[in-house]
Design a binder for this molecule. Structure first.
Ligand SMILES: Cc1ncc(COP(=O)(O)O)c(C=O)c1O
Length: 427
């Protein structure tokens, strides 16, 4: 793979910052007398140690040595022990070909990131140039569009259905080009494909293994990099978990974004990015220039928890959370049936936190959602998730993660009342 093809001019020119390199020299050899770095005197730092209570009644203790470490500048790729924990998890769950074979040219690696969103922002800023064509599932999580549009690129929507992005639609979208165009640096052939393969946000749908295999084949044919944004991977409602794009990645053409936001906490801002080493190195430079690294105390807290749990307990915990959302999705379905049978259409999500609901009797849900808001219930209008946000849209997204059964009942009652009111005015 030619990874330069996937970097924009600014990214190609990026080098590590000299001061960060010096900080690394200090970290690597802590006994060296350092008069080189800008680290504060530890005695000037007010925090000494910490004990954190867990929901299961046990405690995590961060001792003074770990606390001191977490309070200083550190590796931009993340704490080595935390990276290693995530890397071993990736090997166990996805066994990426680029990691299983140590001589694989992609050298698949893992870095700790400040949540998926920050890493997506950095990745797009490193890879996208003005005028680029980017393939994106439609409907899609809206943040990538929000990042990509001001970068001056052209988004090519690839329609998704109840099983996620349809490979036939992808083939059709690519048919304007020939695979040979990928060898021409002046061609405008797309280089990136963005998708949320599991418990899709907003649709709640998931790509089947067969679809992933077909999409990966097309990515090989047209030399695409797959941006696999998969925060809901562990929130699949059926087992075994569908294999990821990363697990199929024989070439090193997948950048996979995992996050702890949905299974531990969004506030810790810890995720992990897995992909080809040459690209991860450039993302690390961007981290060096901006956030420097993920908050030390967040990394230390997460590391203490993950070391206590080990991979088995982490996976058991993820399963418990997935069961929690499965139950909530079933309740949500029940209240949808109670209030919106014959008024709306939806399918049950295969994972994640969302129902994607179509209201066929109206052309646009904007007025409906405004009326429902006045009845004290909030949903997101579907137009936010489509490539063309100005077009009328019959969909809404309902999230069941935060609400109680009583609140679901009231919210869908409010939605139904608002809809009936609008329909009665029409007749
Ligand atoms: C599809 C998708 N990607 C990324 C994110 C952001 O995740 P993080 O909290 O790790 O930044 C979300 C959050 O809801 C999401 O739904």
């Amino acid at each position: 793979m030619n990874y330069e093809r996937f970097q924009n001019q600014a990214c190609l020119a990026r080098t590590p910052t000299p001061l960060r390199q010096m900080a690394l020299m200090m970290i690597k050899r802590p006994n060296v007398i350092s008069m080189g770095g800008g680290l504060p005197d530890p005695s000037a730092i007010p925090f000494i140690d910490a004990t954190v209570k867990l929901r299961d009644g046990s405690e995590l203790h961060i001792d003074p040595a770990d606390m001191a470490l977490s309070m200083q500048y550190s590796h931009s790729e993340g704490y080595p022990a935390l990276r290693q924990w995530f890397k071993e998890l990736q090997k166990r769950i996805h066994n990426p070909p680029g990691m299983a074979n140590p001589t694989h040219p992609s050298g698949t690696e893992v870095i700790v990131i400040n949540g998926s969103q920050d890493a997506l922002f950095k990745t797009f800023n490193a890879m996208v140039s003005r005028g680029d064509n980017i393939l994106i599932e439609n409907p899609a999580y809206p943040v990538p569009c929000t990042i990509l549009t001001p970068l001056g690129c052209n988004l090519i929507p690839v329609e998704a259905d109840a099983d996620g992005m349809n490979p036939e639609n992808l083939r059709r979208a690519l048919s304007r080009w020939s695979p040979e165009d990928a060898k021409d640096p002046n061609s405008d052939i797309p280089k990136l494909l963005y998708c949320v393969p599991t418990g899709g946000n907003p649709t709640g749908s998931g790509l089947t293994l067969q679809r992933k295999q077909e999409i990966y084949k097309l990515a090989q044919e047209y030399d695409l990099m797959i941006i696999e944004d998969d925060p809901y991977y562990y929130l699949q409602f059926t087992e075994p978990l569908t294999p990821s794009f990363l697990s199929l990645d024989v070439d090193g053409r997948v950048m996979r974004f995992d996050t702890l936001s949905k299974i531990i906490s969004p506030g810790v801002r810890v995720g992990f990015l897995t992909g080809p080493q040459p690209l991860l190195q450039k993302i690390t430079y961007e981290i060096m220039y901006s956030t420097i690294h993920v908050s030390g105390i967040s990394q230390m807290l997460v590391l203490a928890l993950l070391k206590k749990w080990g991979h088995d307990k982490f996976l058991a915990q993820a399963k418990e959370i997935s069961n929690l959302y499965l139950k909530k999705s079933e309740l949500c379905n029940m209240y949808l049936e109670k209030h919106l049978t014959d008024l709306a259409e939806w399918s049950k999500p295969s994972g994640g936190m969302f129902f994607w609901i179509k209201i066929p009797s109206i052309t646009d849900t904007k007025e409906l959602l405004e009326n429902t808001y006045h009845r004290d219930a909030l949903f997101v209008g579907g137009s936010a998730f489509f490539a063309d946000r100005s077009a009328p849209c019959q969909y809404i997204r309902a999230s069941y993660s935060l609400v109680t059964p009583e609140q679901m009942d009231k919210a869908f009652a409010a939605l139904a009342e608002s809809l009936k009111e609008i329909l009665s005015k029409k007749t």
